[in-house]
Design a protein around this ligand. Structure first.
Ligand SMILES: NC(=O)c1ccc[n+]([C@@H]2O[C@H](COP(=O)([O-])OP(=O)(O)OC[C@H]3O[C@@H](n4cnc5c(N)ncnc54)[C@H](OP(=O)(O)O)[C@@H]3O)[C@@H](O)[C@H]2O)c1
Length: 240
């Protein structure tokens, strides 16, 4: 059966790989992000099974726009997120940074799922994208890891809410995945090597590593897995 899969952050990085993996498995994908040209380019590459909606998911209007574009959804992948490298010291700037990270990483997931929930099929799947930053404590101003940690409690609550319908909710926690827009100008050879050195397998993660885990969690074989935090980090963090 071909399923409808909504992928936020589908225009770049991990989300793009997730969308490609679902299309490869015969599903239809709806890509969501703010930048229309990025979404259009990925949809053109993926072919007729891919459509897109340009929307800011940190807003109620943006999430409602996505819901209007979809009749029924089988899998929601809430992958939108990110952070700046700012380390503000002024109180106003600290407040802005923390609010921005909460908006970008928490509200984008919460509002997307709330908007689509009435259209979620029985046995549906919700997969959020957290971060190793919530386990290690992220650098910069601390707000990114804290925002991602908020997703843990949200996914536990959601799994309990959805359980009676047979639907599941899980969070994947990627480790270091450089082939994305995530790091921007922070990236340099030393930055890269330090993160590779923290893995047990001696390499960086790829968007495809995360995509294959997301696809497994969305599969019928994963029907008994819910309310879990699933690390995809090459062994950088062990067993939690
Ligand atoms: N790369 C890593 O090492 C790593 C590690 C741990 C966790 N993660 C998480 O993995 C997820 C995917 O990130 P990535 O690594 O693939 O980086 P990325 O290439 O920067 O992707 C982030 C995506 O989120 C979208 N997005 C951000 N804010 C949005 C908003 N308000 N509304 C709609 N879409 C929004 C962006 O699209 P627009 O800018 O066009 O809106 C972009 O496509 C993120 O949640 C990130 O926090 C990444």
């Amino acid at each position: 059966m071909s399923r409808t899969v909504v992928v936020s952050g589908g225009g770049t990085g991990i989300g793009r790989a997730v969308a490609a993996a679902f299309v490869e498995r015969g599903d239809r994908v709806v890509l969501v992000g703010r930048r229309e040209p990025k979404l259009r380019a990925v949809a053109e590459t993926l072919g007729p099974e891919a459509t897109w909606v340009a929307a800011d998911l940190s807003t109620a209007d943006g999430a409602a726009l996505v819901a209007r574009a979809v009749d029924r959804v089988h899998v929601i992948v809430a992958g939108a997120g990110g952070t700046s490298a700012a380390v503000p010291s002024e109180l106003d700037a600290i407040a802005r940074e923390w609010r921005a990270d909460f908006d970008q990483n928490v509200l984008t997931a919460v509002l997307l799922v709330a908007a689509l929930r009435p259209k979620l099929a029985e046995q549906g799947r919700v997969i959020g994208v957290g971060s190793i930053g919530a386990q290690l404590g992220s650098g910069y101003s601390g707000s990114y890891g804290a925002a991602k940690a908020a997703l843990h409690a949200w996914i536990f609550w959601l799994a309990a809410e959805l359980g009676p319908t047979g639907a599941t909710a899980n969070l994947v926690l990627p480790g270091y995945v450089p082939d994305t827009e995530f790091f921007g100008e922070r990236m340099n050879p030393q930055f890269h090597q330090a993160r590779v050195d923290r893995t047990l397998v001696g390499r960086a993660g790829t968007p495809a590593d995360v995509a294959s885990t997301v696809c497994f969690l969305a599969s019928p074989e994963a029907a008994f897995i819910t309310g879990q935090l699933v690390g995809v980090n090459g062994g950088t963090v062990l067993g939690r």
